[in-house]
Design a protein. Structure first.
Length: 286
């Protein structure tokens, strides 16, 4: 019986990962309800400056905290949010949580910056900048502490409106980051129009950088270009010390990835910072 039991449970290592428990596609109502009940909130992943060996910021990444399904990652709902026309609600919900968290962390000037993800299509809404500026002002947060990470998942239709929004946000002190650089539409096309302050190299390049000289060259040229344009360069998805060392040698400014931490709930941020300062400084020196 024991043997039979074992055989029935046997899973070869090559089987694909077990799919998430609940594969039912959430409806627009499900997502609206989740937003209304504040179930979609930011988890925070640290961004570390290699020279200083210090945390210089956190990226806010959306998580749907559902009492039944548990913590649902954005890969399972962001596209639907967009399809249902709820991206603006999501961004404002995320922003409000980020502002409340920043105020709870309570050291307005000392605390590192927070990055928020926005999709480029949202910039085509003429009222976008005003909403963001108003909410940040009302929360008494300095806009220079906020970086907007732009992923271009589709071509911009109304560039004039988008550039107007960006201009207003920049005038108010917000920073812009080009996310997932090297993939899809996140490209030189964008760089030529928008005054970014940061360039994030996509994880798909970073995770294979130690395997291939070819990829190494691609990453190196992206870093060089970023530097020439005066941008802070960030590599996302760094998981190993080897990758850190390579990227540091290549002149990358900042690093984000599971090597330091996976995204964590807001309540873990301060304790995590207290417990990990020395480990991070050591990792950056090694
Ligand atoms: P992104 O902005 O490029 O975020 C980086 C993703 O890489 C995150 O996935 C993060 O958890 C993951 N990551 C970071 N370090 C590592 C690592 O070392 N190893 C691995 N395997 N993964 C790592 P996440 O949180 O699942 O987010 C996926 C994407 O969903 C984000 O990619 C972003 O495009 C989108 N997203 C997340 N939150 C929001 C949001 O509030 N609004 C919008 N519009 N999009 C969002
Ligand atoms: Mg991002
Ligand atoms: Mg990214
Ligand atoms: Mg990415």
């Amino acid at each position: 019986k024991l043997l039979l039991d074992k055989l029935l449970r046997y899973q070869p290592a090559s089987l694909p990962p077990v799919p998430p428990r609940n594969r039912i596609r959430p409806s627009a109502l499900d997502l609206k309800r989740a937003l209304r009940l504040n179930q979609i909130k930011p988890f925070y992943q640290p961004k570390v400056a290699l020279q200083q060996g210090e945390v210089v910021g956190f990226e806010a990444l959306a998580r749907w905290c559902d009492p039944l399904k548990g913590i649902v990652p954005p890969g399972e709902f962001i596209d639907l949010v967009s399809e249902y026309g709820l991206l603006k609600e999501l961004t404002l919900a995320m922003l409000d949580c980020v502002l409340a968290d920043m105020n709870a962390w309570n050291s307005l000037d000392l605390f590192p910056s927070v990055s928020l993800n926005i999709s480029v299509n949202q910039l085509e809404d003429p009222s976008f900048a005003n909403h963001i500026i108003r909410n940040v002002k009302n929360a008494n947060i300095n806009p220079t502490k906020i970086l907007l990470e732009i992923t271009e998942s589709a071509l911009m239709k109304d560039q004039a409106v988008a550039l107007g929004n960006i201009g207003r946000l920049k005038l108010n002190g917000f920073g812009f980051s080009i996310d997932d650089y090297g993939t899809g539409f996140s490209s030189m096309q964008q760089l030529s129009h928008i005054a970014f302050s940061e360039l994030k190299i996509d994880r798909s390049f970073v995770c294979r950088v130690s395997e291939s000289e070819h990829l190494c060259n691609i990453v190196q040229s992206s870093l060089d270009m970023g530097q020439r344009l005066g941008l802070t360069t960030v590599a996302e998805g760094v998981e190993t010390v080897e990758e850190l060392q390579l990227l540091r040698a290549m002149g990358c400014d900042e690093i984000q990835g599971f090597l330091f931490s996976a995204p964590m709930p807001a309540s873990d941020v301060l304790p995590w910072l207290n417990d990990n300062g020395a480990r991070i400084a050591n990792l950056c020196r090694c």
